[in-house]
Design a protein around this ligand. Sequence first.
Ligand code: PNS
Length: 163
Amino acid sequence: MKNSIAICPGSFDPVTFGHLDIICRAANMFDKVIVVVASNKNKTNSFTPQERVEMIKKCIVDHPNVEVESFDGLLADFAARKGAKAIIKGLRAMSDFEYEFQMALTNKKLNPEVETLFLTTSAENMYLSSSMVKQIASMGGDISSFVPKVILEDILKRINVNK
Ligand code: PNS
């Protein structure tokens, strides 16, 4: 899609290889991708929005068409403000579907100009989630195959402090 902007929203608390797979695939399809750290009122986060933005930035240095920012408001408004054509979400399993479907329909109602597109997660990331990463780290497990090396210390430092 030419001259097109897509947004990749999420909590990213913290970003994982699963998220990065979706972001990179979106970056191959759109001229510009804006990763937006948005607020999910149903979740308690371990990292501030700015910390999450900084961690994502460290992971996407090789992708010049990807930008990262945080936003505390309605995603539909953010998409309108940026002139985005699409909201890109990753789907892992059927368990994701109902929640994602509800959000997609709500965002379409709030902003009919933007389409939600779902990318099927890569098979190796089917089980991966930020909360699983935090749980493994808090129990002394090895998370190096779930998150990039550049943010490993950031995560371990925070999880160990909270223990
Ligand atoms: O990674 P998550 O927590 O599944 O992402 C959910 C997120 C942050 C994309 C969603 O909660 C969201 O869009 N929040 C912004 C506020 C908003 O627009 N809420 C209505 C969504 S229908």
